[in-house]
Design a protein around this ligand. Structure first.
Ligand SMILES: [Zn+2]
Length: 324
């Protein structure tokens, strides 16, 4: 038995063929008469081949990845080539027909938008999502610009600011989630998204005011104010309160129920506050008749949800403490 331990120590060296001749003969003579050490050797051999197999598998996977990347780059380049064909055709036709370039730029911007959605993700290997979304958004804004210039439209700022806000609202959380960020941004992803969306919302209001008259801006801000407070409040509860997730869910349900229930007083209060000063901006505003039957059920749903979440929290706490 004592010899078995010595042999067990020697076996890895023996297997790799790096032990001395004396050790080798000792191991072999012991193996010929000991069943236990023979099976130990067998085990060592099989784990070693497993490791080798894993290594080979990893090699194949990285090789395939590289190949796939190279292929998708080629496909992307081919698409980019295909997109330049109609661009060239339109360039020539537009020049031949009008002697100046006008609608050509619309075609160019439109094809750039399509191209950015197809070519960018195929040709890039890093920051693919971010690059695709920013380049296609840029191309969309460019398309709006050339269309506005070509048609003499003054809707450019409204269309582009509204598009930016909508795209950011839907896609920015996804980008922030999947892109590798660092520094302050990494620790404050949600705050970053909330700030960008709020700024874009205000910019959209400014663009609409620029288009329709500046009276729109204060009214839009006043109406948005309670909702902004609500959304930022919910964000703060979810992100920063150090409570259990169930208690935070209960709190948010309660806030939402109360907000809907007190919608009319809230808005009346906000209007009193903001519109009492300059009388000429005062608008007649009556939301009492707006779906008045909805307010009590909203409060009931909020309170019931809050109660359910709180009960779940206590049940889970009890179960966890019993398990310990
Ligand atoms: Zn042995």
């Amino acid at each position: 038995m004592k010899q078995c331990n010595v042999i067990a120590d020697l076996l890895p060296l023996y297997l790799d063929g790096v032990c001395s001749e004396d050790s080798k003969s000792l191991v072999e003579s012991h193996l010929s008469e000991c069943e236990g050490c023979r099976s130990l050797l067998q085990n060592l051999k099989s784990t070693e081949t497993d490791g080798l197999f894993d290594q080979q598998k990893a090699n194949v996977i990285t090789g395939q990845k590289k190949l796939f990347r190279r292929k998708s780059f080629t496909v992307g380049a081919v698409f980019a080539g295909i997109f330049t064909l109609p661009i060239l055709v339109c360039l020539i036709v537009n020049l031949a027909v009008g002697a100046v370039l006008d609608w050509f730029f619309i075609v160019l911007a439109a094809l750039m938008l399509a191209g950015s959605l197809i070519v960018v993700p195929l040709m890039l290997t890093k920051h693919r999502l971010f690059a695709t979304i920013t380049s296609s958004t840029g191309c969309l804004i460019l398309l709006f610009a050339v269309c506005a210039i070509y048609t003499g439209g003054d809707w450019f700022f409204v269309a582009s600011s509204a598009s930016l806000f909508g795209i950011s609202l839907v896609l920015l959380p996804i980008v922030v989630r999947y892109e590798s960020l660092n520094g302050i941004l990494k620790r404050n992803k949600a705050l970053f998204v909330m700030t960008v969306d709020t700024v874009l919302l205000v910019m959209m209001y400014l663009a609409i005011a620029f288009q329709t008259g500046f009276g729109f801006f204060p009214i839009a801000m006043i109406i948005s104010f309670p909702f902004l407070v609500l959304v930022w409040g919910i964000f703060a509860v979810i992100r920063y309160l150090p409570w259990s997730e169930w208690i935070r869910a209960a709190f948010v349900s309660l806030i939402l129920g109360l907000f809907v229930f007190f919608l009319v007083p809230i808005f009346n209060g906000v209007f009193e506050l903001f519109l009492s000063m300059p009388t000429d901006t005062r608008i007649s505003w009556d939301i009492d008749h707006l779906a008045g039957d909805l307010y009590p059920p909203a409060l009931i749903v909020g309170v019931v949800l809050a109660a359910v979440f709180t009960i779940i929290y206590y049940i889970r706490k009890k179960v966890n403490s019993c398990e310990k």
